[in-house]
Every structure is written in structure tokens, then in C-alpha cells.
Design a protein around this ligand. Structure first.
Ligand SMILES: NC(=O)c1ccc[n+]([C@@H]2O[C@H](COP(=O)([O-])OP(=O)(O)OC[C@H]3O[C@@H](n4cnc5c(N)ncnc54)[C@H](O)[C@@H]3O)[C@@H](O)[C@H]2O)c1
Length: 424
């Protein structure tokens, strides 16, 4: 199968591209390296030394991997987006290419606007490119469990059967997202659903939980294939951050009482879920939704688990409760269904002490790269403007904070037929 991975330089996208390539699929990646730019903007970096894309692709070829085509460009640039679809003619497009940090979207107006333009316009461009050039192609879109919020009823997989004033219907499950980023994902979901309805496109919206871990079988094959491990307050997902904190003896930063409960999954399950969705595409006109997570935990439960796993490695781990910078319920009901991917064949990797040991060991291995000043939350949901300037950097006109959404600019223009090959 020909699969195009948009956002393939990122955390989930890189692991997915390698996984699919190793299983015999013909893979092309598109990315504009925006994420590397945002790291620079905020003065943060992944714990692991992620290599530049050409080096990543050379390493994949060196160990015998099939050629992965790479296309550099911005999905919000329609010329680029449509050239990717025309030149590669994918059977499936997996769309990861979005700004995915809720705190980033809550820094100030510019970051909120940027996030929504980047995400919504990129997805709209993709829908139009599919309609024009590849209407049978299956869109596999990464959404998030955060689209649902935390309702006081069970969360269904995308749709809910409702009886109202004696009439029945099956309707999209209500969405109550908790940040401008999560709102962008809701807007995407609506646009995708609408495009399936009016144009007969086929789509799978994967409402993913919080991902943890960094190793997949493929990433472990060579140091140069190493994946991201974000631990900072903006991009760091909570379990990865707790492991980095434990490794350097910093108290685990639990926001509020820590009763915030969410769905979680191992990155090895992310890649498998995407493959399962690709192998059994949605029907023409169908927009199906799967809840992509394997277990649910509260933040405090995770902190206690890291504390216990740290003990095995002779780490003394303390837990701090900070005022919650987010506007969210600190204790609430949470019960979300997640059976469709399991019915399709997913065998979950559940969070065990051994996995936590290996996560902690990665954090210990790279502890020299940990900047403790990046642990503490500096973006408060209640403010319209947060000072998230990297330490020591003066505010200046033209700083990365001043940019507007690069609506028509691709970082590296697509060449010729819209692609260039690397790694061969
Ligand atoms: N990581 C998680 O825990 C998690 C949880 C739920 C959902 N998701 C979703 O999965 C997707 C991938 O997340 P991730 O953690 O891999 O993020 P990431 O930031 O590591 O990767 C995203 C990639 O997309 C690229 N990108 C962003 N905007 C682009 C644009 N306009 N044009 C081209 N490339 C662009 C970035 O450069 C980056 O390489 C996102 O859509 C996110 O919302 C992630």
C-alpha cells in the first residue's frame, strides 16, 4: 500500500513511517520542520538527540530499510499539498502535520491564531487535494480524546444514539474541548465529516489519547533513528515529563489535586492503530471515529507509578502539587469507550513497571540534556497573554513571537513534481 505520512518528522509520524515501511508499505513523508522551529522559538529541546531528516533516512537505508521518499513543505500551502497528492498518488494519507501542544496554543493571541490556521487550513487543503486528485484515497487523521472534554457521562467512539422528544438519531458525540489547540481538532473533525458527506471521501478520525514512550522496534535499530522525547512544560506529555523529572531528582509537577483522568497509550500502539486503520479503510462517504487509547489514568496515579518505579532504580522521587495553570476539573467522572481498534486486532502494550523502568532509563541516559527550568508551567489558561520568552532572550520586534501564520509560504518549496528523494 502507498502511504503518505504528513508530519513524518515528528514524534508519532516518524515512528509510524518506519513501522509502515518495515511492513512492506511504500512510504512518503511530508513535513516542513515547523516543530523544530517551535522548539527553537521556545528555547526547548527533545531529551533525545534527534537527527536531521537526511541523516535519519540514510540510517534507515543503511540498515536495509526500503527507500522512504521525503517531501519538504507546508501543508497550509495548497500548491505543495496538492503536488504531494498528485505526485505520490497515495492509497492512504496519515495526517499528523499539526501544531499539537495545548499550552502553545494558550500562550497568547498569536499562538492561538497560528495553531488554528495551521491545523484547520492544513486539513482543509488536504480534503480539497483529495477531492480533486485522489478521491478514493483513505484519510487517516489524528484527532485527540481531548476533543470530548470530560463530560459526566460515558464517552462513545465518535457518535451517540440519542432519543429526544420521542425521536431517535445517531449524532456526533458532543465536544467540549479545553484549549484553542483542542478546538482546532474539533474544527478539523467537522470539516472532515462534512467532506465525507458532500464528496464521498473516506476518512478515519483517530481520537488519540496521550502518547508515552519513545522506543519502537524500528527506532531501536540504530541510534540515528532515535525518536523525540519531549519533557518540557509546552510539548512534554505528562508521563515523559515525570520520568525526566524523576531522573534528575526534581519533584514531579502534578497540576492541582491530580485527579485529571485521561486516556493513554504506548507509542508502539499508536503505530499499530494507524496500520490497522489503513489496512481496513473506511467506506466511500464514511467518516468513522475510533478512540485510540488503551488505559486511563489520573495524573496523580501516574505520579505514584513513576515514584514506585523510581524506587526500583534507587531514585528518590517526590511529588509536588502546583496550582493548576489550566482551566479544567481536578476531579471528575471519566469513562471512555475504546473497543473498536481492539476488535480490529490491536493487542495493547499496557503500562507496566518494566516499561516505566525503560522510560526512566532513557531519561537517565540523557539526563545531561535536561534543562530543569523547562519543567515549571509558565502558560496560564486564565491569561490572554503569557510571557513565554526563553530565558535571557529580550523581547524584540521580529522575534519568533511576532510571526503571523505563514499561510502561503512553504519552508522549502517543493521541486519539480513536488518531491525530492532522499536516503537512496
Ligand atoms: N503526542 C501525543 O501525545 C498526541 C496525542 C493525541 C493526538 N496527537 C496528534 O498526533 C499528531 C502528531 O503529534 P506528535 O506528537 O507527533 O507532534 P509533533 O509536533 O512531534 O509532530 C508534528 C509534525 O508535523 C509537522 N507539521 C506541523 N505543521 C505542519 C505544516 N503546516 N506543514 C507540514 N508539517 C507540519 C511538524 O514539523 C512535526 O514534525 C498531531 O496531530 C496531534 O494532535 C498527539
Amino acid at each position: 500500500m502507498k502511504v503518505c505520512v504528513l508530519g513524518g518528522d515528528g514524534y508519532c509520524g516518524w515512528a509510524t513511517a518506519l513501522y509502515l515501511s518495515r511492513r512492506g508499505h511504500q512510504v512518503a513523508i511530508a513535513d516542513n520542520f515547523a516543530r523544530r522551529l517551535w522548539d527553537h522559538e521556545l528555547g526547548v529541546q527533545t531529551l533525545t538527540p534527534v537527527r536531521p531528516m537526511p541523516e535519519r533516512l540514510r540510517a534507515w537505508r543503511r540498515i536495509g530499510g526500503e527507500n522512504i521518499e521525503f517531501m519538504a513543505g507546508d501543508v497550509t500551502d495548497y500548491e505543495f499539498m496538492s503536488s504531494v497528492i498528485r505526485s505520490f498518488s497515495p492509497d492512504a494519507v496519515v495526517h499528523f502535520a499539526e501544531q499539537r501542544a495545548a499550552p502553545y496554543s494558550m500562550i497568547d493571541r498569536k499562538h492561538a491564531v497560528f495553531t488554528q490556521v495551521n491545523n484547520v487550513v492544513g486539513t482543509l487543503n488536504l480534503l480539497f487535494a483529495l477531492r480533486e486528485f485522489r478521491p478514493d484515497c483513505h484519510l487517516v487523521k489524528l484527532g485527540t480524546m481531548g476533543e470530548y472534554g470530560t463530560p459526566n457521562i460515558d464517552i462513545e467512539e465518535g457518535y451517540i444514539a440519542i432519543e429526544h422528544n420521542g425521536r431517535k438519531d445517531v449524532l456526533p458525540f458532543p465536544k467540549q474541548p479545553g484549549s484553542f489547540y483542542h478546538l482546532s481538532k474539533v474544527h478539523d473533525s467537522h470539516n472532515i465529516m462534512f467532506a465525507c458527506k458532500i464528496w464521498g471521501l473516506r476518512a478515519t478520525d483517530l481520537n488519540q489519547g496521550v502518547v508515552y514512550g519513545t522506543m519502537t522496534e524500528e527506532v531501536a535499530l540504530d541510534d540515528a533513528l532515535i525518536n523525540r522525547f519531549d519533557y518540557d512544560e509546552i510539548f512534554g506529555t505528562v508521563l515523559n515529563r515525570f520520568c525526566a523529572q524523576a531522573a534528575v531528582g526534581h519533584p514531579l509537577t502534578v497540576y492541582g489535586r491530580g485527579g485529571q483522568t485521561r486516556g493513554y497509550l504506548d507509542i508502539r500502539d499508536t503505530v499499530r492503530c494507524v496500520e490497522l486503520a489503513c489496512l481496513k479503510p473506511a467506506r466511500a462517504g464514511e467518516c468513522r471515529v475510533f478512540n485510540q487509547f488503551t488505559e486511563q489514568f489520573s495524573v496523580l496515579e501516574l505520579a505514584h507509578m513513576v515514584q514506585a518505579a523510581g524506587r526500583n532504580l534507587n531514585l528518590h522521587v517526590e511529588i509536588d502539587h502546583l496550582p493548576d495553570p489550566r482551566v479544567e476539573a481536578e476531579e471528575h467522572y471519566y469513562n471512555a469507550r475504546h473497543s473498536k481498534l481492539v476488535e480490529m486486532g490491536l493487542k495493547p502494550h499496557l503500562l507496566s513497571e518494566s516499561l516505566l523502568d525503560s522510560l526512566l532509563n532513557i531519561a537517565i541516559r540523557y539526563q545531561d540534556r535536561i534543562d530543569r527550568s523547562l519543567f515549571m508551567p509558565r502558560v496560564n489558561w486564565r491569561n490572554a497573554r503569557n510571557d513565554r520568552q526563553p530565558k535571557g532572550m529580550p523581547h524584540a520586534a521580529g522575534s519568533p513571537y511576532e510571526y503571523e501564520a505563514p499561510l502561503e509560504a512553504s519552508v522549502v518549496p517543493a521541486k519539480g513534481n513536488g518531491s525530492f528523494k532522499q536516503g537512496g
